[in-house]
Design a protein around this ligand. Structure first.
Ligand code: SF4
Length: 266
C-alpha cells in the first residue's frame, strides 16, 4: 500500500520544543480560498515547477508535487530523526491536504508509528466519513481540527463543502477522549465579524471537554499566493490584509473566555 505525499518537513510545533516530522498528504475535498498549500488539493501528482533566483535572474526548474511512499519508506524517514524526536519529546504529524482522504494508508502508517513508540498527530479539515475517523482514533494521540465557519452557506461558499459532517466529526472525536486542538483560521471579512465570533465562542464553550486542550487562532496570511500563480489558478484573496497583531491579541483574550487555552499561531 502506498500514500501520495507532497511534502515532508521537520517542524517544531504544537507548543514546546518537540521536533515533529510532518508528512503533507496530497488531496483535499475542500478548496478553501485562503489555502496556502494549493498544490495539496488535487489527489493526483501534478506539475509544480520550482523557481530559483540567482542574482537578478530567475530560473524555472520542472518539478512535480506528489510522490508515492510506502509505509516502510515513511518509517525510514522517521528513523533518521528518531534521536531528535525522542530527546525533544516530539513526534510525527500527518497533514495535507486532507490526510483522511487516504485513510487506509494513514491508518496503516499510524499503527506502525505507534508500534514504534512515536507520538502521532493528525491535522484534519474534519471532512471525511465517521468510519474513517473511528479507524484512526485508536492510533492518534492528538487531533488538530479545523473549524472555519459555523454558517453552512458561508462555509460552502468559501470551502466548497457543507460544515455539517465536520461538526459531527468534531463531536465524535471529542467524545472519543482523544486530545484535540481546534484550529480557527482568522480570515478578515469571512469569519471575523462580531456575530460569528460570538457564535463560535459559544459553540466551543458548549463543547468544552477535558480533552479539548487548546484553541489555535491562525491569522490569515498570503504566503501561498505565489503558488497559485505557479499552478495557473486564480487567487481570490489578494485584496485581503492579514489581521494586525493587536487584533489577534484581542481575539486571544476573547476566546480565552471559553475557559480553553488559546494560542495565536499553530
Ligand atoms: S482544508 Fe486545508 S488543505 Fe484543504 S483546501 Fe482547506 S486549507 Fe487547503
Amino acid at each position: 500500500m502506498k500514500g501520495l505525499i507532497f511534502s515532508v518537513k521537520r517542524y517544531s510545533i504544537h507548543d514546546g520544543p518537540g521536533i515533529r516530522v510532518t508528512f503533507f498528504m496530497k488531496g483535499c475535498p475542500l478548496s478553501c480560498w485562503w489555502c496556502h498549500n494549493p498544490e495539496g488539493i488535487s489527489p493526483d501528482p501534478e506539475p509544480f515547477g520550482e523557481i530559483h533566483k540567482i542574482g537578478d535572474r530567475e530560473f524555472h526548474k520542472p518539478a512535480e508535487a506528489g510522490r508515492y511512499y510506502s509505509v516502510s519508506e515513511v518509517m525510514r524517514i522517521l528513523e533518521k530523526d528518531r534521536v531528535f524526536i525522542n530527546e525533544s519529546k516530539g513526534g510525527v504529524t500527518f497533514s495535507g491536504g486532507e490526510p483522511l482522504l487516504q485513510y487506509e494508508f494513514l491508518s496503516e502508517t499510524l499503527k506502525e508509528c505507534r508500534s514504534q513508540g512515536y507520538h502521532t498527530a493528525v491535522d484534519t479539515s474534519g471532512y471525511s466519513s465517521p468510519e474513517s475517523y473511528l479507524m484512526i482514533i485508536p492510533t492518534t494521540r492528538l487531533f488538530l481540527f479545523d473549524i472555519k465557519h459555523l454558517d453552512d452557506l458561508k462555509h460552502v461558499e468559501c470551502t466548497g463543502v457543507s460544515n455539517a459532517r465536520i461538526l459531527d466529526n468534531f463531536r465524535l472525536i471529542l467524545d472519543s477522549g482523544t486530545d484535540t486542538y481546534v484550529r480557527i483560521p482568522v480570515i478578515p471579512g469571512y469569519n471575523d465579524d462580531e456575530d460569528h465570533l460570538e457564535r463560535i465562542r459559544n459553540f466551543l464553550t458548549e463543547n468544552r471537554s477535558e480533552n479539548l486542550k487548546k484553541i489555535n487562532l491562525l491569522p490569515f496570511h498570503r504566503v501561498g499566493q505565489s503558488k497559485y500563480e505557479r499552478l495557473g489558478i486564480p487567487y481570490k484573496l489578494s485584496a485581503i490584509k492579514p489581521p494586525s497583531k493587536e487584533r489577534m491579541s484581542y481575539l486571544k483574550e476573547y476566546f480565552s473566555e471559553t475557559g480553553i487555552k488559546v494560542k495565536v499561531g499553530g
